[in-house]
Design a protein around this ligand. Structure first.
Ligand code: PMV
Length: 362
C-alpha cells in the first residue's frame, strides 16, 4: 500500500468548546459543544531519511519545539522512540501523533518510508479546547490522504476517536466529532448529533497549560495530560457521597442545555448569558472550579459580560488551576480581555460554529 509522494498534504481542524453540560454529559445528560476558529494544522510530506520526523509548534501558550524520530532504526532497545530535543514530559503532547502512526500501520498497512509531520497549533494544551482530538483528527486525516488510503469524514472521525481512546484510556466522542465536522453538536446519552445554529462571538480565557511564571515543571506538565480523567473521577467520588443532591444538580444542568439551544435559536443573548452563569454555578457546586478560573468568571461578569462559565473539565488547584472559561461578552469585550490580561490569562476572541476538517495538497 506504500505510496511515496513528493507532495505535501495539509489537514487543518478546529478547536472545540463545550458551551453547556460538561461533566453532566458523562452521566447521560445533554451537552452542547461547538467548533471555534482556532485551528491546528498538520503537514505531511516526504523526507530523505527513513522513519518519521515529527515537529510540533504550539503557538498560543508556549514555544515547545520538539523533534521526535519514530522510524524503526531510531528506536531504543525497548522499542521506544528516541528523543533528541525535548522538554522531557512534553513528549506526551505527541503521544497522539505516535499512536496515529501506529494505528495507520496496523489498520491500513500504510506508513512506510521517510515522512515529515509538522504540526502548528493555535490551540492551548490541556485547556479544555480539544487539542488532543484535533491532533488525532488532523494527523490521521493527513496521513491517510498522503498514503492514498481513501476515507470519508465518518471514517476519519472513527479512526481519530479510537486513537484518542488508545492514548487516554477513555475519551468522549465530542471532541473528535467537532474537529471532524465543525459546527455544533449536541450529545445525549453518548449519542452525538449535529445541529445547525448561528455562530456566536465569545471570548475564551485560558489559564494556560504551562504558566510561564511557574517555569517548566515537568511533573506538573505530565499531570496535565491526566487532568480531565482526574477531575471526572473526583466528581464521581462526590456524586457517590451526595447522590440525591447531585441528581438534582444534574437534572438542572440537563434542562439548562435544552433552554440554551432554544435561546441560541431565538437569538436571545440575555437569556443565554444567564444560562451560562447558572451552568457555571452548578460546575462550582460539583467542585471543578479552581480559584483562578472562578476569578476570571467573576471578573468577566463584573466587567459587563452577559454570561460567563468554566468550559471543559475545569481545573485543579494542585496543577496550577489550568483550564478555560467562556464568556459571552455583550458590549464589553475589550474591557474583559484587558482584565484577563492583567490577571495573567490568555484572552482570545473566538467565533463558534467554525468549519471542520479541511484537507489540501499544498
Ligand atoms: O476539558 P475537556 O475538553 O477534556 O472536557 C472534558 C469534558 C468532560 O465532560 C468533563 C468529560 C467528557 O468526557 O465529556
Amino acid at each position: 500500500m506504500y505510496n511515496k509522494m513528493e507532495r505535501k498534504i495539509r489537514a487543518s481542524v478546529p478547536a472545540k468548546v463545550i458551551l453547556f453540560g460538561e461533566h453532566f454529559v458523562v452521566y447521560g445528560k445533554r451537552a452542547l459543544a461547538t467548533a471555534i476558529n482556532r485551528r491546528l494544522t498538520v503537514d505531511v510530506s516526504s523526507r530523505e531519511k527513513k522513519g518519521y520526523h515529527v515537529k510540533i509548534e504550539n503557538i498560543p501558550t508556549f514555544g515547545i519545539e520538539m523533534d521526535l524520530e519514530v522510524g524503526k532504526e531510531d528506536r531504543d532497545e525497548k522499542g521506544k522512540a528516541l528523543l533528541y530535543k525535548d522538554y522531557e514530559n512534553a513528549t506526551k503532547a505527541i503521544a497522539y501523533v505516535r499512536e496515529s502512526i501506529r494505528y495507520l500501520e496496523e489498520r491500513y498497512g500504510a506508513g512506510e518510508g521517510g515522512v515529515e509531520v509538522e504540526i502548528k497549533s493555535q490551540i492551548p494544551l490541556s485547556a479544555g479546547l480539544g487539542s488532543s482530538a484535533a491532533t488525532c483528527v488532523a494527523t490521521i486525516a493527513a496521513l491517510k490522504e498522503y498514503f492514498g488510503v481513501s476515507s470519508d469524514l465518518e471514517g476519519i472521525r472513527e479512526d481519530a476517536h479510537r486513537i484518542e481512546k488508545a492514548v487516554q484510556g477513555d475519551a468522549s466522542p465530542v471532541d473528535t466529532a467537532i474537529s471532524t465536522y465543525g459546527g455544533y453538536v449536541s450529545v445525549e446519552k453518548g449519542e452525538v448529533r449535529r445541529l445547525r445554529l448561528a455562530g456566536l462571538n465569545l471570548i475564551v480565557g485560558c489559564v494556560s497549560s504551562i504558566p510561564l511564571s511557574m517555569g517548566i515543571d515537568t511533573k506538573k506538565v505530565s499531570e496535565l495530560s491526566l487532568k480531565t480523567k482526574k477531575i471526572v473521577a473526583e466528581v464521581k467520588g462526590r456524586k457517590g457521597i451526595f447522590k440525591s443532591i447531585f441528581d438534582c444538580i444534574f437534572d438542572a444542568a440537563d434542562e439548562i442545555t435544552v433552554q440554551a439551544i432554544r435561546a441560541i435559536e431565538e437569538g436571545d443573548f440575555i437569556k443565554l448569558g444567564v444560562l451560562m452563569n447558572i451552568n457555571h454555578g452548578l460546575l462550582d457546586a460539583i467542585g471543578v472550579v479552581p480559584r483562578g478560573l472562578s476569578e476570571l468568571v467573576k471578573m468577566s461578569q463584573a466587567s459587563g459580560a452577559l454570561g460567563a462559565k468554566v468550559t471543559g473539565a475545569g481545573g485543579l488547584e494542585e496543577i496550577g488551576g489550568v483550564g478555560s472559561v467562556l464568556v459571552l461578552p455583550g458590549e464589553s469585550g475589550e474591557r474583559i480581555k484587558t482584565a484577563m490580561e492583567i490577571a495573567g490569562a490568555l484572552g482570545m476572541d473566538v467565533k463558534t460554529g467554525g468549519e471542520g476538517l479541511k484537507i489540501d495538497a499544498v
